[in-house]
Write a protein that binds this ligand. Structure first.
Ligand code: PEP
Length: 242
């Protein structure tokens, strides 16, 4: 169960959230649940300094370049993200595909870079509404996943998480996918990648009301949450549900 804060939170807000999270987690039983937070790059090191007090919470970066260093103004590399405290590298979120030119090929390069440096790769896949309406959701997301994960060994796949996040389900303009809509895509992901990847997550307008039903879907190992986990109480409630 994890959250990306996207382009939100100042350092003070990130600090406040993490201090409260670590305090509230206390000796809560998290058996079977892996909390993760993906802050903006600017807050990663600060969140790390606080989150080390509860090693059950792991951190991620929202993106990283495939090269280790060099003339890539505005980018950060996987080694830099790891240095700042990340263990997970999020790759191919639909906002990056839509607005920043992320392609299947760049996601493939980024997955390879993450794995080369011992990080977990969190690959996001998801189709736009018109693809869903044309009945092509499963083919579309399998193409994204197969393209990004092409050529990986079984050992490498064990460090990959796939998050299925239909674009039409994400953010203010989205609506959560129904369990019926998710059965087909998750069955296909499970059949194709099965137990070879570390886990399959669902993301898109998850909240405390729909989380129990979403977690019951065959093939869903966990949830990747935006808005509903941006307040620490929301994240804690979702961790309790999981
Ligand atoms: C997301 O953008 O990945 C996401 C899951 O957002 P939200 O939960 O806010 O729909």
């Amino acid at each position: 169960m994890g959250t990306s804060w996207k382009m939100n939170k100042t350092l003070a807000q990130a600090r406040d959230y993490t201090v409260r999270l670590v305090k509230e987690l206390g000796d809560r039983d998290l058996t079977g649940v892996q909390p993760f937070i993906i802050p903006p790059f600017t807050a990663l090191a600060t969140v790390r300094e606080i989150a080390v007090d509860d090693p059950r919470v792991i951190l991620g970066a929202q993106n990283a370049h495939w090269d280790d260093a060099g003339a890539w103004t505005g980018e950060i590399s996987v080694p830099q993200a790891l240095d700042a405290g990340a263990r997970i590298i999020e790759i191919g979120h639909s906002e990056r595909r839509q607005h920043f030119g992320e392609t299947i090929e760049t996601t493939r390069l980024k997955v390879a870079a993450a794995l080369r440096h011992g990080a977990l790769a969190l690959l996001c896949v998801g189709e736009p509404a018109e693809v869903r309406d044309a009945g092509r959701s499963t083919a579309y997301i399998l193409e994204q996943a197969e393209g990004a994960l092409a050529g990986l060994s079984d050992e490498q796949l064990r460090s990959v998480l796939i998050a299925y996040e239909p674009i039409w389900a994400i953010g203010e303009a989205g609506r959560p996918a129904t369990p019926e809509e998710l059965r087909g895509p998750f069955a296909a992901l499970r059949e194709r990648f099965g137990d070879r990847v570390r886990g399959l997550l669902y993301g898109g307008s998850v909240n405390q009301d729909n989380a129990p039903d979403l977690l019951r879907i065959d093939g869903v190992d966990g949830l990747f949450v935006g808005r509903a986990a941006w307040e620490v109480e929301g994240f804690l409630a979702l961790l309790d549900i999981a």
